[in-house]
Design a protein around this ligand. Structure first.
Ligand SMILES: CC(=O)SCCNC(=O)CCNC(=O)[C@H](O)C(C)(C)COP(=O)(O)OP(=O)(O)OC[C@H]1O[C@@H](n2cnc3c(N)ncnc32)[C@H](O)[C@@H]1OP(=O)(O)O
Ligand SMILES: O=CC(=O)O
Length: 462
């Protein structure tokens, strides 16, 4: 037992035995004791900033970092081994079958997700760690319903998305306080796999979600430096791609890259969360009310500006500008509806590659055959770092001003269809079922599970 560390759940005992080993928990506790006060103060700062926006202060670029934005000389580190060409990346949960299917999908990389596409039950979290550990060592093959799941000779490069800074992992406490969900997911994957990954010619690679400030990126960078020293690997071995999926982060893309420049693998347009953040951060701004979600497409003013700013910023700093996820997946029983959905994916991927993105996300293996040829045709080299116009003041203004030109469908009142969707969600949540008839972007963590968590920390499970 590690002093001060307590585990409050007895689910998945075998996985716990493999993953929550004494050395791994000692590392987790060291990270918690060193960095938890900073995380807490950064979360408090988020609340302070929201109060300012609510009182009418506009979102803007931080004045104290103007020199970083103006300085043209700094660049991010070169891509890690295997990350030179990322034209198609598949995303999905850390379920064993899906890990194999994703790694075999033909995509260049697989983002194994402890975040949006995983329900954060403790069993999912620790079993997911076992599955990734086995995948790294090529010991993940298994059989289910008579079907054999076997890793291919050339699987996708593995990237891992830990949970965001706002989430606790209340099933594990250190000195009577829950550990950070981000640190838990990062620490266990890193501790068990970093050496093995390096030995196999890859590295510990991450996607970092839902940051709202460059100081939150600095916290990740400090954790990377600490962790690399702790296990004795060279500094700057880790690579991390940051999802720009909150409105405040769109005003700090340069700073986020700068903080992580020795570990950065670029930025990604996390479009779905970005829309959510746009609404949430501007909750007190009556001028920022959006129309129906279906009308907030990637080509409306503020979304287009966000995409262009991200590409221009990344290419200026010589690092990947990753596209986002078209939420459509194949519709099996309706060929006509399926063709319409797939055509939407095609149009989206074409828009991304011609805009200058260096790669894109897919949510289902069948989409690889749609996304890949479009990137192959329009992106002849491994990336498009050489493209991108200069960032202009007009572009920057459009981040918040050009809501959805031409869309004049904002109507007062509550729509029946919206109430129906909310009711369906609640129903599925109670029944603990996937709401699979919705877009994949709707399949957010849907389950608040106690798992033996002390009542006072249950709210932190989601
Ligand atoms: C906002 C954001 O963060 S977006 C990113 C987060 N969201 C995601 O990543 C969504 C990922 N996608 C998924 O989870 C799945 O595609 C779902 C749940 C939407 C649909 O899954 P299913 O209902 O199993 O789809 P379907 O029956 O068509 O799958 C066919 C096969 O492909 C596999 N598959 C489907 N999606 C994936 C995936 N993303 N990764 C790996 N395998 C997959 C299935 O496991 C199934 O395998 P099998 O034939 O061996 O049984
Ligand atoms: O996390 C991804 C997104 O689109 O949101």
């Amino acid at each position: 037992m590690v002093q001060g560390v307590q585990i409050h759940s007895n689910v998945a005992p075998k996985a716990q035995e493999i993953i929550l080993t004494e050395p791994a928990l000692t590392f987790l506790a060291a990270l918690h004791r060193t960095f938890e006060p900073t995380r807490q103060s950064l979360l408090n700062a988020r609340a302070d900033r929201q109060r300012k926006w609510d009182s009418g202060e506009p979102l803007d670029f931080p004045p104290e970092t103007a020199a970083i934005r103006a300085e043209a000389a700094w660049h991010c580190v070169a891509p890690g081994p295997g990350l030179e060409d990322r034209r198609v990346e598949i995303t999905g949960p850390t379920d064993r079958k899906m890990v194999i299917n994703a790694l075999n999908s033909g995509a260049k990389a697989f983002m194994a997700d402890f975040e949006d596409s995983s329900a954060p039950t403790f069993a999912n979290m620790v079993n997911g760690q076992v599955n990734l550990r086995d995948a790294v060592r090529r010991e993940v093959d298994f059989e289910s319903n008579g079907k054999k799941y076997k890793l291919s000779e050339k699987p996708a490069v593995l990237l891992v998305r830990p949970r965001g800074w706002h989430l606790d992992e209340p099933r594990v406490t250190v000195d009577n306080a829950p550990v950070s969900g981000s640190v838990f997911d990062f620490a266990l994957y890193f501790f068990h796999n970093a050496h093995e990954l390096i030995q196999r010619g890859s590295g510990p690679y991450f996607y970092l979600p839902k940051m709202e400030h460059y100081l939150e990126a600095r916290l990740w960078n400090d954790i990377f430096l600490f962790s690399q020293s702790y296990i004795g690997i060279p500094h700057n071995t880790i690579r991390a791609t940051v999802l720009i999926e909150t409105l405040p982060a769109a005003f700090q893309m340069e700073e986020i890259l700068f903080e992580l420049r020795n570990h950065s693998a670029g930025l990604n347009c996390g479009r779905w969360d970005y829309i959510f953040s746009f609404i949430k951060k501007q909750r007190a701004n009556r001028g920022a009310v959006l129309p129906d979600r279906k009308d907030v497409t990637m080509t409306v003013g503020f979304m287009d500006a966000y995409v262009r700013l991200l590409i221009q910023t990344c290419h200026r700093r010589k690092v990947a500008a990753m596209g986002g996820m078209a939420a459509q997946i194949p519709i099996k029983d309706d060929p006509k509806a399926n063709e319409i959905a797939m055509e939407k994916v095609r149009a989206d991927k074409l828009r991304e590659v011609t805009a200058g993105h260096d790669g894109t996300w897919i949510a289902h293996p069948a989409i690889e055959q749609i996304a890949r040829p479009i990137f192959d045709q329009h992106m002849r080299g491994p990336n498009q770092y050489h493209t991108g116009e200069a960032v202009t003041a007009e572009l920057v203004d459009e981040l918040v001003s050009e809501l959805a030109p031409g869309v004049k469908k904002i109507a007062p009142g509550v729509k029946e269809s919206d109430v129906k969707i909310a009711a369906e969600y609640l129903k599925k949540q109670v029944r603990k079922e996937w709401p699979s008839e919705f877009l994949t972007s709707d399949l957010m963590s849907y389950l608040a599970v106690a798992d033996g968590v002390p009542a006072k920390w249950q709210k932190a499970a989601l």
